[in-house]
Design a protein around this ligand. Sequence first.
Ligand SMILES: NC(=O)c1ccc[n+]([C@@H]2O[C@H](COP(=O)([O-])OP(=O)(O)OC[C@H]3O[C@@H](n4cnc5c(N)ncnc54)[C@H](OP(=O)(O)O)[C@@H]3O)[C@@H](O)[C@H]2O)c1
Length: 363
Amino acid sequence: MENEAHIDFAVIGHQDNWPSVQSIINGMRSGENEPLTVAQIKGTFSYIPPRSIFKMTAKSKTGKTVNGVYIETFIDPDELTPHFLRKNINKVNEAISVALKHKSKIIALGGFTSIVLEGNLSQFDTSSSKITTGNTLTSAYILKGVTDAILKLNKRLQDCNVLIIGATGDIGSACTHYLSSKVKGLLLNARNGRKLEAFAQQFTDTSAEIKWNTRLEELIPMADIIICVASSASIEIKDYKKQVVICDAGYPKNLDTKIEEGNGTFVFHGGMGTVNYGYDFKPDYREHFYNYPRPHIAHGCILEAVVLAFEGKYENFSSGKGNIKTESIDKIHELSVKHGVELAPFYNSKGLCEISLPKSSKG
Ligand SMILES: NC(=O)c1ccc[n+]([C@@H]2O[C@H](COP(=O)([O-])OP(=O)(O)OC[C@H]3O[C@@H](n4cnc5c(N)ncnc54)[C@H](OP(=O)(O)O)[C@@H]3O)[C@@H](O)[C@H]2O)c1
């Protein structure tokens, strides 16, 4: 295996929609082949075993360079549900074996791949290759994003009610803990009422007023900020305040298509960072894999492994569920900034976006 000994980090990923799959598959095939249609790809895609697709090099502000490899799981985008859990676990296990063969010093479990394992890494030998879900840096970018957005709206975090959709999840619980001493109120939502209630009970002594409800529509009208970290296509944001900041950080992403932006209402894709000093792919599949409105943007979960590699800090930094501490969020964000890996510019599915102040507050 080429450069086997020099892989600092591996990224295990998946696609969440067929147009992305189509772009990747056709991009990887020789230019002389007729492009395949989605219908042609659908029947065979998930039978492809996980494999490394390209090598990466990322550059730090400190001048350090780290080498990585991207491993695609070939999970079917239509099968990102609990119904296909066993099949998806097998895919992720195989992908981890590929990363271990590359002797990657740290492995990032991108997006859904950490969810299927429930962050449980105990079955893997992590004595030489460490594994991280990357959810701590993802949480840090989500929190930095909403804080920056609120400041731009000339509001203070301590005056805001924050709704967290998916509050009992790994990222949702990290954000809830982080914000519990910093905001006016926390509005917590998830589907499992018993789990949600038990989770909410932990915050009875905090300064923020806590409300929880499995019925999202009861909470939305009170929210100044909405953080969506649920893995669901069925979330409906209706009857929201005129000025609301919405951070859509879950998959699949579908919130901004249903919300009328402008005049103080602002929706952005959260949990994303930028490698300011750049990264390269070999072969150069960037337009197929990371086709964002600005170069060098990637998910916080992937960038956590890049930052840990820059730092030479090879450890299972984020693992399990509900273990992310506020101090760890601050720490990984500090390291990220040290290496020039920072919050991505605001964008949503329409492209880069700017916060526009409501008409009444313009001079
Ligand atoms: N931007 C990034 O870099 C990045 C990185 C990693 C992960 N992610 C995404 O972030 C999301 C959360 O990840 P995670 O690891 O925290 O997942 P997780 O631990 O599985 O948590 C998911 C949470 O969402 C809730 N939920 C699911 N469907 C819901 C619905 N229809 N309405 C309300 N709540 C719902 C779950 O509780 P109930 O089951 O009780 O409803 C749970 O609280 C995922 O979509 C993941 O792909 C983004």
